[in-house]
Each structure stands twice: as structure tokens, then as C-alpha cells.
Design a protein around this ligand. Structure first.
Ligand code: RUB
Length: 316
């Protein structure tokens, strides 16, 4: 790694890589704070060296995981704050834009939660997949409105993020039933809403989220169960406006099976994609802090927010 990258930033990058820090919004918050640290600790003596150091830190953070677009969107937001002509000025620019970003993130999640809560009725049962802070914000807001919500939580192999969801729902006072992923279809009849988050939303309204989301959505559509995606606008993928596709992360196969067991069962090839793509026709609503959108109209919001495309300010 580039030697200009501060040890604390390396630490954050390693935590994202190993999923100690995970989930699109949490990753975005962590990288914004990491750039703030890099700026505060920088001993660059001229503005160009300072800018180059910040770009190096951003690249190190960007290389960790490829799918959650909140990560590059966060880097872009913070780096674009640099407008001063002195090192001290630039340092303050980064501190201000990182703080502003983290505050906006929190506010967006709270606002999104209120929109999502309006879709939930008293007595509703939701089914969740993985762990999404945006999705849980909707449940939390509904509970705060006095609604009784129950949840069927998919465990989400191989990393079992469903356990985190179960724990956080229990803390909100929501009764939880934990199921293995393959039991989802069986229990969809008991469910009023499938509620998931997003790592990225493409210009055509496709939702990129934890592997298994698309199968759940297809099954839910078959059963007539509405599928709600909680996704603050930070997850909108600007590159898809200009024809880029979203890179799906392939993770270590040891997350699924260890080497010894794999050999015992005849050394099959093992693949471990972390995310999948749910086409817009299986999504009923994308809930953002700007209101809810049918997936087909998300492109209008993207154009408003990003224009026709973006460049990467951390590129050399
Ligand atoms: C997390 C995941 C979450 C989204 C949204 O995957 O797929 O649904 O990131 O989360 P992983 P949030 O565990 O591999 O990071 O709403 O918190 O941004």
C-alpha cells in the first residue's frame, strides 16, 4: 500500500476488507471519517502533496470492496470539498466535508425511515434478508409510531448477517422468527412486506444487494408479497447512467467451506458471490430520504443528483 496512507486509514481499509465494518451505509461513514483522519494527521508541506496524499488514502479505501457504491460516492463527496489553496485550508475543507457527509448520512437514514414506516401498517409481518441499517430505520420509525411489527429474519449464509438483524430488531421490541435461507418461500404466505436494503441501485432501477435478494424477490412476487427496498440516495450508482455495470464481489470460498472439508467431499469448485441483481420488475418501491419511487423512475432522481456522469477525483 502507498506509504503516504496513514496507519489508521490502513486499519479502516483492513476492517472493511474483512467485514469487521460492513453494510453500505456503515462503510460510507467509515471511509469519510478515515479521510478526515488522513487530513488531520497529514504532515504534507504543500497543497499538491496534501491533495496527492488524500487521493492515495481514497484509493486504498476504494480498493477494499467493489460493490457498495456508497463507498466511492462517499469518497467523491469528501474529496470534492477541497477548494482552498493552502494546506491548512485544505485540511479544514476535508474536516468540514467529512463531518457534513456523516451528518447528512444520519439525517437521510432517519428521513428514509419515516417514509418506509408509512408503508408499514400496525400488525404487519416483514421478512428481511442480510442486515441493512436503512431497512431497520423503517422498522424503528414504525415502532416509534406505535405500530406492532413482527419479523421473519433470514439467517443469510454464509456470513449470517441475519443474526445482527435479529438482535437489533429484538432491541426494538420486535418479535423475531429466525429461519434458514431456504425456508423463505415457505413462510412468505405469512409476510406482508419483504424489506431489504441496497448496496447499489442502477439507473434502470435494478437493485444490487446481498446474494439471495433476487431469489427472495422472485418468490415474493410469485406470492403477491410487496418488495420494499430501503436505500438512501447515497446508494444510487452514477456510473450506470453512462452504461457501466456494477461489479459483483466474489469473496473467499473459505467463508462457505474450509479446505479440508472441501477435499473430503471430492474437491468441488466453490464460488462465493456476495451480491446479486434484482431486476426492477420484482421491486415494488425504492424508499429513499427523498420519498418513495417505483424502480423505473429512479433514473430521473439520479439525473437530478448526479447529472449525466461523474469523474473519480481520487484518480491520479
Ligand atoms: C450488506 C448488505 C446490505 C446493504 C445495505 O452486505 O447487503 O443489505 O449493504 O445496508 P455485506 P445498509 O454484509 O456483505 O456488507 O442499509 O446498512 O447500508
Amino acid at each position: 500500500m502507498d506509504e503516504r496512507v496513514h496507519p489508521e486509514v490502513r486499519h479502516v481499509a483492513a476492517d472493511i476488507d474483512t467485514m469487521e465494518v460492513r453494510g453500505a451505509a456503515t462503510i460510507a461513514d467509515a471511509v469519510a471519517r478515515a479521510l478526515r483522519t488522513q487530513a488531520e494527521e497529514s504532515d504534507a508541506t504543500d497543497p499538491e502533496a496534501f491533495r496527492a496524499e488524500l487521493r492515495a488514502a481514497a484509493r486504498a479505501l476504494h480498493e477494499t470492496r467493489p460493490t457498495a457504491v456508497s463507498l466511492p460516492n462517499a469518497l467523491r463527496y469528501v474529496l470534492r470539498g477541497m477548494s482552498s489553496t493552502t494546506v491548512e485550508g485544505l485540511r479544514q475543507d476535508i474536516v468540514t466535508s467529512a463531518d457534513d457527509f456523516c451528518q447528512r448520512l444520519d439525517r437521510a437514514q432517519a428521513d428514509l425511515g419515516k417514509v418506509g414506516a408509512n408503508r408499514l401498517r400496525d400488525g404487519d409481518v416483514i421478512m428481511t434478508h442480510c442486515h441493512s441499517t436503512d431497512a431497520l430505520a423503517c422498522v424503528e420509525a414504525a415502532v416509534e409510531q406505535g405500530k406492532h411489527i413482527e419479523a421473519i429474519v433470514k439467517e443469510t449464509r454464509p456470513r449470517n448477517q441475519g443474526h445482527i438483524t435479529a438482535e437489533e430488531l429484538a432491541d426494538m421490541g420486535v418479535p423475531v422468527t429466525l429461519i434458514v435461507d431456504s425456508a423463505a418461500r415457505r413462510y412468505l404466505n405469512d409476510v406482508d412486506h419483504v424489506l431489504v436494503g441496497a448496496d447499489a441501485v442502477a439507473a434502470d432501477g435494478s437493485v444490487i444487494n446481498k446474494i439471495g435478494t433476487s431469489g427472495l424477490a422472485v418468490n415474493a412476487r410469485d406470492r403477491g408479497t410487496p418488495i420494499m427496498v430501503a436505500s438512501q440516495t447515497l446508494k444510487l450508482h452514477p456510473g450506470t447512467l453512462t452504461g457501466h455495470t456494477v461489479d459483483i464481489e466474489m469473496r473467499d470460498t473459505e467463508e462457505i467451506i474450509d479446505e479440508e472439508r472441501r477435499e473430503e467431499i471430492g474437491s468441488p469448485k466453490v464460488v462465493n458471490p456476495a451480491f446479486d441483481v434484482t431486476p426492477p420488475r420484482y421491486v415494488d418501491a425504492i424508499v429513499t430520504e427523498r420519498g418513495q419511487f417505483p424502480p423505473e423512475s429512479i433514473v430521473t432522481l439520479m439525473r437530478e443528483l448526479f447529472g449525466e456522469g461523474t469523474s473519480e477525483p481520487w484518480a491520479e
